[in-house]
Structures are given as C-alpha cells and as structure tokens.
Design a protein around this ligand. Structure first.
Ligand code: BDR
Ligand code: CA
Length: 312
C-alpha cells in the first residue's frame, strides 16, 4: 500500500476524503493525520479528525495537531460554508480518543526522515502552513517526499473566496508559495476539476442507501454543503473538493493532468493567493507541478460510494 500522511482541516469535504481513504487500507497506508487551522480553528479541525477515526473504526491512526494560524497572516475561516463545528450535518458523538502530544510539524519531519526517501506522499486538504513550516525547519525533507498531492487553487474556474483565489491557497499564500518553490513533486487538484465533481440528489441518496453509519454521515454532510453551494453557484449539487485527492490516489486514470509552472501571488491584496498557472507554456518558467484539469464525475462518485460502503 502507498504510505501517506494527511494534512487536513475537516470540513465536510475533508471528511469524505478521509473516510474514503480509511476504507481503503489495501491501497492507502495512513501513517498519520496532521491537522491545520483553515475551515475552522485548530481545536475543531483536530476534534473532527478524531470523530472521523471513531466513525471509521480506525482509532489506531495517530492524529497530531499542527499550526493554529498562518505565520504572516491573520487566520481566515469558513464557518459560513461548513457550519460552526466545521462538520455540521451529521450528529457525530464527541470523540473518546485524543490527539498525540507531538506537534504535527514535528510528526511530519520525523516521519519523513524515518522512511526511505521517495516512499511517503503528503495529501494536503487545507492551507499549507504545516508543510511550509516543516520545509523551513528541515530543508532535507523536501527531497524525501515522494509527492505532495494537494487540493487548492484554480485557473479556468477562478476563485471561490475571492474572484481570483481558492480558499486553501488564500488563507496562507506564503506557505503555498514556499511549497511550490520547494522542488518537491506536486500534483494539484484545483477548482478546475473539483467543480466538476458535484453531488446530486441521486448521488447523495446512494450514500444514504448504503445502510451503514458512514453512508448516513456522508449523506448528511453533503446535504449540509448543498445548502451553501447550490445557492452560491445555482448548480445542482455542491462540489466535492478534497475527495478528489483520495480519488486521484486510488484511480488516477479517471483524471486528466498536465505539467505546468505554478506561482503564487503573495504581494497584491486584490489577487492574494491567486495560483498563476502557465497552462499554455507561454513562459520559460520551470514546470513545478502537475495540474489536474478534468475528471470523470460518474466514476468518481461510484468509487467514493463503493469505498464508504466498506465502513461501519
Ligand atoms: C477547499 O476549501 C475548504 O473549505 C474545503 O475543505 C477545501 O479544502 C475548497 O476551496
Ligand atoms: Ca479542506
């Protein structure tokens, strides 16, 4: 199985990404979950990660809390999207398990150093604060990371928190910039592809119809997300952003990607956190990421439903 560390701020869509991975131990070996402030403050993202491990009956997976805010910015959160708990929708019990003592960034560094170079992937579903700090504290780990697969940014679809910025990159653009300049192999699942993966009544009903606790929880999460997104975009259904990262790991063949150069706007207030993507190769800037532009939504939802079916 592929060894991974999740870096996440759950969030309903983070939750679905984690649940699908927790249901796939043959393919995905989760060495740990590191939490970050993003959708909601750190204490809540950590609590939500613990709740999800209990729901999936995978309480052996360690959770380490990471950074509570970006270094150079005030924290921006998204309760207007995810609700006050960050995981509004299902009624999950207060967790009985606790996060580990060690800081998430130390866990990242020590875990990457403890495994042979090129064998551990980082799956990033929130602002990139933790990864940037790990790279700053321990520059040797950049070369040890097999790949960073992250949800963030947008090119053809514009932004979702400002006209030009996607939330994860917007919250900590300096961190994102450091990650894209680190030399590590990066695959990006941006709004360009996540906006194609939209829940419909039928797709939500399929999770509900699984008859297990996890299926009911996912259906409740997706119904909650619709409340906001359907009004905002006037689409049927809400986009499922972060689960694209898990799906990319499990079934890369359902996506289309190409190598590009990505730079992050950190200077301007108007375009803060914009991912400037040289999609057409009009500069000589070096390629530093694979940009996923599209994917097969039917195959994506079939995969997620089939995985969530395996959970309690
Ligand atoms: C991203 O922002 C968060 O609100 C979601 O969890 C996702 O990671 C989408 O822009
Ligand atoms: Ca997220």
């Amino acid at each position: 199985a592929q060894k991974v560390i999740f870096d996440t701020d759950p969030g309903q869509d983070d939750a679905v990404a984690l649940l699908a991975a927790l249901a796939s131990p043959d393919e995905i070996d989760i060495l740990g979950i590191v939490t970050v402030a993003g959708n909601i403050p750190l204490d809540l993202t950590t609590k939500n990660a613990l709740k999800l491990l209990e729901l999936a009956n995978r309480i052996e997976v360690p959770v380490h809390a990471g950074c509570a805010k970006p270094f150079g910015r005030t924290l921006v959160t998204a309760e207007h999207v995810h609700g006050k708990t960050g995981l509004d929708g299902p009624d999950l019990p207060e967790p009985q398990i606790a996060a580990k003592e060690r800081h998430g960034v130390d866990f990242l560094v020590e875990t990457l150093r403890a495994h042979p170079p090129g064998t551990v992937k980082l799956l990033c579903l929130g602002p990139l604060t933790n990864v940037a700090l790990a790279l700053a504290k321990a520059p040797d780990v950049a070369a040890r990371i097999q790949e960073i697969v992250l949800m963030g940014g947008g090119c053809f679809e514009g932004g979702n928190i400002t006209p030009t910025a996607e939330f994860n990159i917007y919250v900590d653009p300096e961190a994102a910039s450091a990650v894209f300049r680190s030399g590590a192999a990066i695959t990006v699942l941006p709004l360009d592809v996540t906006h194609q993966m939209r829940s419909t009544k039928q797709r939500i009903a399929a999770f509900e119809g699984l008859g297990n606790k996890a299926g009911a929880a996912v259906a409740a999460m997706l119904s909650f997300s619709e409340r906001f997104d359907v009004e905002k975009y006037a689409w049927e259904g809400a986009p499922l952003h972060d689960p694209c990262v898990t799906a990319f790991l499990l079934a890369p063949e359902i996506f289309e990607a190409r190598p590009v150069n990505v730079e992050i706007e950190t200077g301007s207030e108007l375009c803060r956190g914009m991912t400037v993507v040289d999609y057409w190769g009009v500069t000589a800037r070096p390629q530093n990421a694979r940009w996923v532009r599209s994917g097969d939504a039917e195959a994506f939802f079939r995969l997620l439903t089939e995985r969530v079916a395996r959970l309690p």
